[in-house]
Design a protein around this ligand. Structure first.
Ligand code: HEM
Length: 359
């Protein structure tokens, strides 16, 4: 928090940014118009229109209340959707508690820093939605809508989310989870090739990394850049971080975007241009020639960033989704229905009633 005051846009920074715009517009077509994102078979823009018309308003109204108390929860929900989609697709698998088959995705190292409250918020939203509409809306869809509202309610763009995802019956192993979520120590080469396996291009990689315009990180995610000090990090920024994280294993946290930590805006890219990106995976986007001009174009044109972010998020939100009769609609986002003893007893009772009434 102390960094907020320590860093402000000085005129020299502005010169850097504006001279870069002139340069960047030569290489990167910032006027490139975004088309409506295509949607995969089985999802629809109007999926719950007649079966649960209040779905989106229930979620938005509740999240407004949640964020009024603690805007930090918005970041937790955005990251939760990312971690759900990148591992085994947007199937709510990250929400599942462990089972006899082994440790859940939640227990894999990158997921240990997901906020416990994010899981509770999703289950609370699920309860509200199912109370109104019955068990017809999946936890995966609720997570996608919560991420959208997290973006919008913290100042970012509003956008439609294609719906109709179903919840998965399995979760990924620790190794699969690790293989699909890039480490913060990744350079751009690693990020580009890792995300290319999911059909994301360089613009997607830079736009999605813009999710780091809100939220926090634990010291352990970036102290490799402090001890020894990464020469590609602004010195004052590094010194301030060392105060928060005096040793490699300190358990403190700091904000991801020093200029506007709770606002979804394009300041993250301004941070990168001033060598104040927190992770190697962030800062290297400005160092690497393949992504540098995209960073610059987003730093000077927030509308362009929002437009590309929406396209990339819509793409991310449709990664290997289950639709139709695949998977299930969980009655509790943390437990699959077959492991849900309460549900089993309710279904049992229902079956009994059906059987009895059949006589
Ligand atoms: C591109 C590769 C990415 C890497 C390497 C990465 C890595 C990380 C790490 C290490 C943290 C901090 C964890 C901690 O120590 O507490 C973090 C936080 C966060 N990430 Fe990413 N991330 C990436 C992509 C994304 C994407 C695509 C989004 C969303 C669109 C996103 C949204 C967030 C948010 C909102 C937080 C803050 C969470 C909170 O405050 O609870 N990240 N990320």
């Amino acid at each position: 928090m102390a960094f907020n005051n320590a860093v402000s846009l000085t005129s020299s920074m502005l010169v850097v940014i504006f001279s870069s715009v002139l340069l960047s517009s030569c290489y990167f077509d910032i006027s490139e118009a975004g088309d409506d994102p295509p949607i995969v078979k089985g999802l629809s823009w109007t999926f719950y229109e007649s079966s649960c018309p209040k779905l989106e308003s229930i979620i938005r109204k509740q999240l407004k209340k949640v964020f009024k108390d603690d805007i930090g929860q918005a970041a937790g929900l955005l990251r939760l959707h990312f971690h759900d989609c990148f591992v085994q697709g947007c199937d709510g698998s990250v929400l599942l508690d462990g089972s006899a088959s082994g440790p859940s995705e939640q227990e894999a190292p990158p997921n240990l820093s997901l906020r416990a409250e994010a899981f509770e918020i999703i289950n609370d939203l699920r309860r509200r939605v199912h109370k109104k509409c019955g068990r017809i809306v999946s936890c995966a869809d609720i997570t996608a809508l919560a991420a959208r509202d997290a973006v919008f309610l913290s100042g970012g763009p509003d956008y439609d989310v294609p719906l109709g995802r179903r919840d998965g019956l399995t979760f990924a192993t620790t190794n699969v989870t690790l293989a699909n979520l890039p480490a913060p120590s990744s350079n751009t080469t690693t990020l580009l090739s890792s995300l290319a396996t999911k059909k994301f291009d360089a613009t997607d990689v830079v736009a999605l990394s813009g999710g780091h315009t809100i939220g926090i990180s634990h010291c352990s995610s970036f102290t490799d850049r402090l001890y020894p000090q990464d020469t590609n990090m602004d010195k004052t920024f590094a010194n301030n971080l060392k105060v928060t994280c005096p040793a490699l294993d300190t358990d403190n946290t700091t904000v991801l975007d020093i200029r506007s930590p709770n606002k979804f805006d394009n300041k993250y890219y301004v941070d990168l241009m001033n060598r104040q990106g927190l992770f190697t995976s962030d800062q290297d986007l400005y160092t690497d020639k393949r992504t540098r001009d995209i960073v610059k174009s987003f730093a000077v044109n927030e509308t362009l960033f929002f437009e590309k972010f929406v396209l990339s998020m819509t793409k991310m939100g449709q990664l290997t989704v289950l639709t139709g009769t695949e998977g299930e609609i969980r009655a509790n986002c943390s437990v699959r229905n077959s492991d849900n003893s309460y549900l089993a007893s309710v279904v049992g009772q229902e079956q009994e009633v059906v059987t009895l009434s059949g006589f």
